[in-house]
Design a protein around this ligand. Sequence first.
Ligand code: COA
Length: 250
Amino acid sequence: MSTDRSPAYASSLKWDAVRGEPYLQLPSFPDLRLIPYREGIASDLVTLFNHPPVGCRLFALPYPMSRVFADQLELDILAKQAPILEKLSNSKKTEGIGAVWPFKALWSESQSRVVGDIFIWPNTVEPMWDDARQGRYQAGQATEKGSITEESVVSLPPAEQSWMIGYVLEPELYGQGIMSETLACILQGWVKPIMGVGEVAAIIAVDNLGSKAVAEKNGFTYRREEVTQWPEDKGGGVKVHGYYTWQSST
Ligand SMILES: CC(C)(COP(=O)(O)OP(=O)(O)OC[C@H]1O[C@@H](n2cnc3c(N)ncnc32)[C@H](O)[C@@H]1OP(=O)(O)O)[C@@H](O)C(=O)NCCC(=O)NCCS
């Protein structure tokens, strides 16, 4: 990522006065912004997540994704984001809001539709990689895998929290630098200045060169191998991934 764009990424956080909510404006793509979940976008998500290059890459979501599943997802995410957006709209200030994630959809203003999806959640795989402890969890955390919960992660001071990120884009928009810039705005415009968390992690398949490039261009570094039993609906078998992290201090 060239350094001269950094101020633009750092100031990508904007306020939608009509809707009373924040958004992240991509500086090089005036039509694209990262917005909170919006009622009625479930059908856009069905289209997005059912593009084969997208659906096959996702571990946790069903493929194909049904409308029923997307409707439930919509309800769950609206419920989760409502208190965060309420706080933000009351004060119109992000100061002190803490480690929260109010966004969801990469939105085309001209087409009024979702063209990408980004989600960030507390990292329960490995909450804070610590070289000195050779991968053991930070003090105050359980030391066995599987016993970490989202609640235990967010109970830590933000700087000791690790969050996980996942991102997808509509195939017809690949290769224009859109997700690289989206991630830059997320990290520099929200995660670093507002959430203040110490680390963001991404699990990326070794053959996913596009995702690897997006992460590395934004300062993520490879930490170790992650071997996963892949869901049968996405081809099954064992898949090798890389575990990457971005540290806010770098
Ligand atoms: C991964 C993904 C988000 C990349 O989005 P994108 O907007 O096309 O990425 P960018 O255009 O910002 O590309 C960043 C870099 O990766 C390179 N790249 C992109 N796709 C690539 C591919 N398939 N193979 C090799 N390099 C690729 C670009 O050339 C660019 O490099 P450059 O800056 O040196 O030119 C998109 O391909 C996608 O949604 N894939 C399916 C879902 C997915 O895999 N999500 C990630 C799960 S971990």
